[in-house]
Design a protein around this ligand. Structure first.
Ligand SMILES: Nc1ncnc2c1ncn2[C@@H]1O[C@H](COP(=O)(O)OP(=O)(O)OP(=O)(O)O)[C@@H](O)[C@H]1O
Ligand SMILES: [Mg+2]
Length: 421
C-alpha cells in the first residue's frame, strides 16, 4: 500500500483545482490497487476523502459567491463589455481564479494579463502595495499554466539573512561554509519544472541579484561551494511592494535584472483606488470570518459601515480581511466603530451623528439604523429596570454578560448612570 502511505499534500496552497485533483487521484489509485482494507485503513481513507470534500466545498463557496455577484453586476450597464461580462468570459475560458474576486476594471486588466502570461514561461513581475494580492496573483499565474501540477515554491527574499540567501536559492555543497554539514538543494532546484515565486525581490542583495541574473540568462545554477552547473527549468514570478525604478536610481537594484524580470509587468491597484470592491469584500470576508468562528455573520451599524466603505486601507485587502475577523470575534450581533482597533477609529464620537443622521443609502441601511435605535432604547429601559446591575439584566434576558457589556459599550451606555441612589 505504498501510495496510501504517502502523505496527501495539504494546506492553503493546495487549495487549487490542480491540487485537489491530485489528491483525489491518490485516493482513487489507493482504492483501485488495494486487495483488501482493514478498518483503520478505511477510516484513514474516509478522513482523507472528507478533507478533500471540505476543500471542494470551500472552493465552490467562493465560486458560487463570485458567480452570484457577477450575475448582479452584468445587468447594470451596457458598454461593449461590462466588468461582469469580462469576468464571465474568463470563467467561460476555464480561467482559474484561485479565489481572486472583484470586478474592478483594473483588477480585471491584471487577471487578463495573467491569463495570457500563464501558459508562457516568461518571467512576470507583480508589484503593488502590501496586501494587494501579489502572492495570490502569482498563484493564479501558476494555476493557469502548463506547470500547474508541478511545484510552486515561494521564497521571501526579505526574510532570509543576507549571508544565507544564495544557499537558500541555489543550494550548497557540504562544507561550503560553517554549518553546511550536508549537500543541500536550493529553492530553484526544488521548483524545477514548476514555478518559483520570489517575494520582496527588492530586498535581494546585489550579490544575489547578479546570481539571479545568471540563472535567467543561462537557466543553470551552481550550488554555493560547487563548480558543477545544474540545469533548471523554473518559471519565475517576482513580486515587490517597492518602486524598483527608484531602487535602480539609488544603485540598490540592477537595471538589467529589472528588465529581465519584468518581461510581463502586472501592477495591482491599492484598495483605495478600487473602492467599488469594498462592499463585495466586506460581504465575502464577513461571511468567511463568521464561518471560521462558527457564528452568525455580524451586522454593522450604519456608522461603521460608512467608515469601512470610505477607509483608505493602507494594508489593503489583507487589512480589510483582518478587520472582518476582528469584528466577528469581538462584536455581538452588531458591530460598531468601538470594535475597530483604536489606531484607526475615527476621532469624532459616533453618537454625535445620531442627532443629525445622514439619509440612509438603502432600505437595508435604514432598517439597520432603526434596529440599532431600538436596541439602544431597549438597553436603556432594561438598565433602568434593574437599577444599572448588568449581571441582573443579563440574567433576566438570558444573555451572556460580556456580550451585554459589549452592546452597552457600542451604544456608549454606562451602567453606573442607571444606579438608583
Ligand atoms: N482580489 C482579491 N480577491 C479576494 N481576496 C484577495 C484579493 N486580493 C487579495 N486577496 C486576499 O488578501 C490577502 C492578501 O493577499 P496577498 O498575500 O496575495 O497580498 P500581497 O500583495 O502578497 O501582500 P504583502 O505585500 O503584504 O506580502 C490574502 O488573504 C488574499 O487571499
Ligand atoms: Mg505577499
Amino acid at each position: 500500500m505504498k501510495l496510501f502511505n504517502q502523505d496527501l499534500p495539504r494546506g492553503a496552497s493546495s487549495m487549487s483545482y490542480a491540487g485537489l485533483l491530485e489528491r483525489l487521484e491518490i485516493l482513487r489509485s489507493t482504492l483501485r490497487w488495494a486487495n483488501r482494507l482493514d478498518r483503520p485503513d478505511i477510516e484513514k481513507l474516509l478522513r482523507q476523502a472528507n478533507a478533500v470534500r471540505d476543500e471542494v466545498m470551500q472552493l465552490s463557496h467562493k465560486e458560487r459567491f463570485v458567480q452570484a455577484v457577477a450575475g448582479q453586476g452584468s445587468s447594470e450597464h451596457a458598454p461593449e463589455q461590462t466588468p461582469g461580462e469580462r469576468r464571465q468570459a474568463l470563467l467561460a475560458r476555464s480561467f482559474v481564479f484561485e479565489g481572486t474576486f472583484g470586478d474592478n476594471p483594473r483588477l480585471l486588466d491584471a487577471l487578463e494579463i495573467a491569463e495570457k502570461a500563464a501558459p508562457t514561461d516568461l518571467p512576470v513581475l507583480v508589484d503593488g502595495e502590501s496586501g494587494t494580492g501579489k502572492e495570490l496573483m502569482a498563484k493564479v499565474i501558476h494555476a493557469n499554466g502548463a506547470r500547474a501540477d508541478k511545484a510552486y515554491i515561494s521564497v521571501n527574499c526579505g526574510a532570509i539573512p543576507e549571508s544565507l540567501i544564495e544557499s537558500e536559492l541555489f543550494g550548497h555543497k557540504r562544507g561550503a561554509f560553517t554549518g553546511a554539514a550536508t549537500d543541500r538543494k536550493g529553492k530553484f532546484e526544488s521548483a524545477h519544472k514548476g514555478t518559483i515565486f520570489l517575494d520582496e525581490i527588492g530586498e535581494l542583495p546585489l550579490q544575489g541579484q547578479v546570481k539571479l541574473l545568471r540563472v535567467l540568462q543561462s537557466h543553470e545554477i551552481q550550488r554555493v561551494g560547487s563548480d558543477e552547473t545544474i540545469a533548471v527549468d523554473t518559471r519565475i514570478v517576482a513580486a515587490t511592494n517597492k518602486n524598483l525604478r527608484k531602487l535602480i536610481e539609488l544603485g540598490q537594484f540592477r537595471e538589467d535584472l529589472f528588465y529581465r524580470l519584468s518581461v510581463i509587468h502586472v501592477t495591482l491597484p491599492p484598495l483605495r483606488e478600487r473602492k467599488d470592491e469594498i462592499p463585495l469584500l466586506l460581504a465575502y470576508y464577513g461571511d468567511e470570518a463568521a464561518e471560521a468562528l462558527k457564528r452568525r455573520p455580524v451586522a454593522m451599524t450604519p456608522a461603521l459601515r460608512a467608515f469601512l466603505l470610505d477607509y483608505a486601507y493602507p494594508g489593503n485587502i489583507r487589512e480589510l480581511r483582518n478587520l472582518m475577523y476582528r469584528l466577528a470575534c469581538l462584536a455581538g450581533d452588531t458591530a460598531d466603530i468601538a470594535h475597530l482597533p483604536e489606531d484607526i477609529r475615527p476621532a469624532a464620537p459616533v453618537r454625535a451623528q445620531a442627532s443629525s443622521p445622514a439619509p440612509p443609502a438603502s432600505l437595508a441601511e435604514a432598517k439597520r439604523a432603526a434596529s440599532d435605535e431600538a436596541e439602544r432604547a431597549c438597553l436603556e429601559r432594561g438598565l433602568k429596570d434593574v437599577g444599572g446591575t448588568v449581571a441582573e439584566l443579563a440574567r433576566r434576558w438570558d444573555m451572556n454578560r460580556s456580550h451585554l457589556q459589549i452592546l452597552l459599550k457600542k451604544h456608549g451606555l454606562h451602567s453606573k448612570d442607571f444606579r438608583r441612589h
